[in-house]
Design a protein around this ligand. Structure first.
Ligand code: CDP
Length: 315
């Protein structure tokens, strides 16, 4: 009798728009990835000349003296004049060294990381950036790693998980232990409601003598980044944290490796159903973010050899 031929797995019938994305990905990944130094340098210099992330991504006492009028990037009509008290919370100098890191891993929170075994590979990067205080323990380490140099926190998490830091704050400080000595990057001046809770996060970490230091996104940088991506043809109300951190990494690092970026609910190789995050299935607000469009831009940068987007499992 004839041996049964094994049929290649197919995306489930329920997955309508993912087919197109999966086919695009399979086509790109059929070719071995190679860094294209010229394309990378060109993209980096475009980013640097338009956004100046190196000097301007975060607020410091150098780039934001007392008296500066900060314009909120999410609410253009809102401004804040920097007084001595707010100024005293700013970093004295630039948080990044004046040279680029060799390799940076930017870790998105996509469900695709779930069973990836990429923890070791992620931790081997010189600089590891994570988004929105993601969980790193309880078995996740194997897949997402634990090294963290920079981690962002959306104030909505501080509101929901830590009672906006209005009551007891020990739980907040303790839950941040898994991020070691990293920098906590807060969008304190994106929306008016972010400012008091971001200041409370900073005061809490200082008062509890946490090794984690808080730093604020510069709203001027976020605004120039939004314009930069718009000029690249990306249409979105607000950039996602992941593409913001990827853009910053492209200025700070020679080799940018992305993990956990796959805003679709079917795995591109195994076709298994995925949750939105590797730790929960909370959905992204499509009213603000356009992650599939962002993903197409990241995939383009991958195929141009500017950065490497990891979608498969690590060995
Ligand atoms: O704060 P935000 O909602 O933008 O992000 P998140 O859900 O905490 O995830 C962090 C980042 O990972 C996002 O900003 C996306 O860039 C990326 N992500 C993705 O590419 N695919 C997913 N399924 C989930 C997140």
């Amino acid at each position: 009798s004839q041996p049964q031929q094994k049929r290649a797995p197919q995306p489930p019938a329920s997955c309508k728009d993912c087919r197109e994305n999966i086919n695009k990905v399979l086509e790109v990944y059929a070719k071995a990835w190679k860094k294209q130094e010229e394309s990378y340098l060109k993209f980096r210099s475009q980013l640097r000349s338009k956004c100046h992330g190196f000097e301007k991504a975060t607020i410091t006492q150098q780039n934001t003296p007392v008296g500066t009028k900060l314009v909120y990037d999410g609410e253009k009509k809102r401004t804040l004049q920097v007084n001595q008290e707010i100024f005293s919370t700013f970093f004295k100098e630039l948080p990044f060294p004046n040279k680029t890191w060799h390799t940076c891993a930017v870790v998105g929170n996509g469900g695709i990381l779930g069973n990836s075994s990429c923890g070791k590979e992620i931790d081997s990067a010189d600089f590891v950036i994570r988004c929105n205080l993601p969980p790193l323990s309880n078995g996740y380490e194997t897949h997402v790693g634990s090294k963290t140099d920079l981690v962002t926190a959306n104030p909505s998490i501080l509101m929901e998980k830590f009672g906006a830091l209005m009551g007891r704050r020990r739980k907040f400080v303790e839950s941040l232990r898994s991020y070691g000595h990293s920098l906590l990057l807060l969008p304190a001046f994106s929306f008016g409601r972010n400012t008091p809770v971001s200041l409370r996060a900073l005061y809490t970490l200082e008062d509890f003598e946490s090794p984690i230091r808080s730093i604020f996104f510069n709203p001027g940088y976020l605004q120039s980044l939004a314009l930069f991506w718009r000029s690249q043809g990306l249409k979105t109300v607000r950039l996602s944290t992941g593409i913001i951190m990827t853009s910053l990494a492209l200025e700070l690092c020679d080799n940018v490796q992305l993990y956990g970026f796959w805003p679709f609910d079917v795995h591109p190789h195994s076709f298994q159903t995925l949750t939105n995050h590797y730790y929960d299935d909370r959905k992204t607000k499509t009213k603000f973010h356009a992650m599939p469009e962002e993903f197409n831009h990241l995939l383009m940068l991958h195929s141009q050899g500017v950065l490497k987007l990891h979608l498969g499992d690590c060995k």
